[in-house]
Ligand binder design. Structure first.
Ligand code: 5GP
Length: 481
């Protein structure tokens, strides 16, 4: 396949005409790209200009390429077919397989097979490129290459014009902005505790976070807000970063005029770094928060009866997402019946099922314990629906001695489900008496009595969003059920 000299001649005529028009640079280049692609019977054409520092190639005209291809953004001049920039003609027969192609997967998705690229030379220097793309694998003739080189000469003349200069100027400004935002200091990789805090309120806040097992970093990162020339003239360093929540917290226990200043900085930070999640905690919010968790002047006690928090809400959610991913993968293509025992499992069941990417149905049982030491289990509410021939996942809050689960599993097996597995949020392995198989485990907990996130002590504490260890004084002499 190829094009006739006649079609190349009329294409060059059209190109010269448009090059001489009063259209904008982009319009001229788009039109040239179109005439070139059509004359060469190609599917796409791209005209690129090299920035003066020869770092990147900017697309100034295209034809026939989809957004996906163009969204690759600026091409790195050192990586994207560097031979062209050295003044050579480059021919790629199969873009999906050729090592010289920087984004073969995009070329593949676009159905691009062959590429022909030639340099745009201005006064002997490479100032840009033209690339031709075809869907069908294609060999290019000498006439094809010579035509493309003539178009490149025409582009060289156009590039010299002032409009390009302007375009690059704008682009230079944008890249400067990007360069400046790259001056944000990196997050430290260690979680070393600071030896001192700038303000006592910050120390109090750190205590609250520690109590709730919420990870934190103190003043981890500085964001430049203003520049004078190349130098940073103003920075902002939020007090805390909470990695699990991906949240920066700035505390302010200051006077109104200083608060206004902080608000200004925060607004600026949000504008310059829209992906950064930051909140300002005012004095009142902060005191309320401290009080809620038993610290500070308004606080009376910690959450009553809780010795310490084992797993924060964020940590539980993080773990549940992982469990749900594993379960969804293992049961892919199947339907699943989730069975829980009331009431301890309610929080876990509710969160787990929302992250499962499978069709599921739910059923619940209720049990009670009797006998002198509460060791005998009795079912007080059985399943609503039959599980015969179904894939069943028993969802448990905590497995302690394993007696309850063992009893329930033998009850369920008698109904001949297609499969029966167990997922427990907590595994108190140290106290196991019966070795029940656990297929999915959230956390292995120490031999302590835990409450919260559905787990109770005498009916209370189920509503805590975290899992904590109950103060041993409270359960002295009782031991877990
Ligand atoms: P197992 O039969 O495995 O010994 O006990 C299971 C049941 O005991 C659980 O479903 C739960 O109701 C209760 N249990 C065991 N350990 C704890 C604990 O640390 N905290 C709470 N709240 N309940 C527990």
């Amino acid at each position: 396949m190829g094009s006739s000299r006649g079609s190349y001649y009329s294409a060059l005529k059209r190109i010269t005409k448009v090059a001489n028009s009063a259209f904008s640079l982009r319009k001229i280049c788009n039109s040239i790209a179109k005439s070139t692609a059509k004359a060469m019977q190609a599917n796409g054409c791209r005209i690129l200009s090299l920035n003066p520092q020869k770092e990147y190639l900017l697309t100034v005209g295209t034809y026939g390429l989809s957004d996906l291809y163009l969204k690759k953004g600026h091409l790195d001049a050192r990586k994207s077919l560097p031979d062209i920039l050295e003044g050579k003609v480059v021919f790629i027969a199969d873009a999906a397989k050729d090592e010289r192609v920087q984004h073969p997967q995009i070329a593949l998705a676009q159905g691009i097979s062959s590429i022909l690229g030639v340099p745009v030379l201005g006064k002997g220097e490479t100032i840009g490129e033209i690339r031709i793309y075809t869907r069908e694998p294609r060999q290019f003739s000498e006439a094809d290459t010579s035509f493309l080189l003539s178009v490149a000469d025409m582009c060289a003349v156009i590039f010299e014009r002032a409009e390009l200069h302007q375009l690059l100027e704008q682009d230079y400004k944008a890249s400067e902005r990007r360069r400046k935002s790259s001056q944000v200091s990196p997050l430290p990789t260690t979680t070393l505790r600071p030896t001192s805090f700038a303000h006592p309120s910050e120390e109090d806040f750190a205590k609250v976070l520690d109590f709730y097992c919420i990870e934190w970093l103190y003043e981890p990162r500085s964001f430049p807000l203003r520049w004078k020339g190349d130098k940073i003239a103003e920075m902002f360093t939020p007090d805390f970063y909470l990695p699990e929540l991906d949240l920066y917290v700035e505390l302010t226990t200051l006077k109104q005029n200083l608060l206004t200043e902080k608000n200004r900085k925060l607004r600026q930070l949000r504008e310059l770094y829209p992906e950064v999640n930051v909140m300002l905690l005012t004095k009142n919010d902060f005191l309320k928060l401290l009080a809620k968790y038993g610290y500070g002047p308004l606080g009376e006690a910690k959450v009553e009866g809780i010795d310490r928090v084992l797993y924060s809400h964020a940590k539980i959610q993080q773990r549940i997402r992982t469990l749900a991913r594993h379960i969804s993968r293992d049961y892919a293509g199947q339907r699943l019946v989730l069975i829980g025992i009331l009431k301890g499992v309610v929080c876990f069941m509710a969160d787990l099922m929302q992250h499962l990417s499978l069709p599921v149905t739910l059923d619940f049982m209720a049990i009670s314990y009797y006998g002198s030491d509460g060791q005998v289990v009795k079912i007080t509410r059985d399943l609503d629906s039959s599980i015969t021939g179904q894939h069943v996942l028993m969802v448990e809050d905590i497995v302690d001695t394993g007696m309850t689960l063992n009893y329930i599993l033998s009850h369920l097996s008698a109904h001949n489900p297609a499969s029966l597995r167990v997922c427990t949020l907590l595994d108190k392995r140290a106290r196991r008496l019966i070795n029940v198989p656990l297929d999915y485990v959230g956390f292995e907990v120490p031999d302590e009595f835990v409450v919260g996130y559905g787990l109770d002590y005498k009916g209370e504490y189920r509503n805590l969003p975290f899992i904590g260890i109950l103060h041993p004084e409270l359960i002295k002499g009782e031991g877990p059920r």
